[in-house]
Ligand binder design. Structure first.
Ligand code: PGA
Length: 252
């Protein structure tokens, strides 16, 4: 069975609400009813607006880019899982390398966020990936394996069924350098085997493993052709319909 299920855009800290509304509308107009799930990972201030825009657009969903691990309380500036769930937000991106680097998030914290999201009915898109020095030393599987184990292995099978994984080699994010299709496939297959060993074949086969890192129209076809690449988490190329629509269409 093919898991080619998801084109997720990560807008990061880009687009004003006015621009975001126009961007989402132009992507929906261009891609129509997509053959795959399309996720808009938008800035917090736009969550409800984009949710409203996608409410009647079949196949489109909204993701937050972060979430706090506590239920509520004195955490100025943060959003809780309950807030996202009440606003109808379906997904949350967790563990992105920018959150790890700039906001010092580690896998223990990310694990707590993942559990909280799932408990609230929100599907986490868990990001993992190695930096360039790790890849150059040939230690990428050890590194990513540790991230997967620390963030996901404590979940119950029922919880794991809710998780989407995004493999994003840090050296490929926003750099224009993409992992080769074979490098992506090798890591995705490794991750799927880890999930299989821990949670069994059925969960492993049904877990979507997205590739992220300079995905664009020119490389989407060859990346998505790989057996274990189930879709993409797309940053820069998700910021225009001109680039994101062909990526969506490359998934069917
Ligand atoms: P990029 O970002 O497509 O601009 O490399 C991907 C990501 O950070 O999710």
């Amino acid at each position: 069975m093919s898991n080619r299920t998801m084109a997720a855009g990560n807008w990061k800290m880009n687009t004003t609400p006015t621009e975001g509304k126009a961007l989402a509308a132009s992507i929906i107009a261009g891609a129509g009813t997509p053959g795959t799930k399309v996720i808009f990972g938008v800035p917090a201030i736009q969550l409800m607006q984009i949710k409203e825009l996608t409410a009647n657009a079949e196949g489109y969903y909204v993701a937050a880019q972060n979430m706090h691990q506590e239920d509520k309380g004195a955490y100025t500036g943060e959003l809780s899982a309950a807030m996202l769930a009440d606003a109808g937000i379906e997904y949350v991106i967790l563990g992105h390398s920018e959150r790890r680097d700039y906001f010092h998030e580690d896998d223990t914290l990310i694990n707590a966020k993942i559990r909280k999201a799932i408990a609230a009915g929100i599907k986490p898109i868990y990001c993992c990936g190695e930096k360039l020095d790790v890849r150059e030393a040939g230690n990428q599987e050890v590194k990513v394996g540790k991230q997967i184990e620390a963030a996901l292995f404590g979940l119950s099978p029922k919880e794991m069924e809710q998780v989407v994984i995004a493999y994003e080699p840090v050296w490929a994010i926003g750099t224009g350098v993409t992992a080769s299709p074979q490098q992506a496939q090798d890591m995705h297959a490794y991750i799927r085997t880890m999930i299989e060993n821990q949670f069994g074949d059925s969960i492993a086969q049904n877990t979507s493993i997205l590739y992220g890192g300079s995905v664009k129209p020119a490389n989407a076809d060859e990346l998505f052709a790989m057996a274990d690449v189930d879709g993409g988490l797309v940053g820069g190329a998700s910021l225009s319909a001109e680039n994101f629509v062909p990526v969506i269409k490359a998934l069917g």
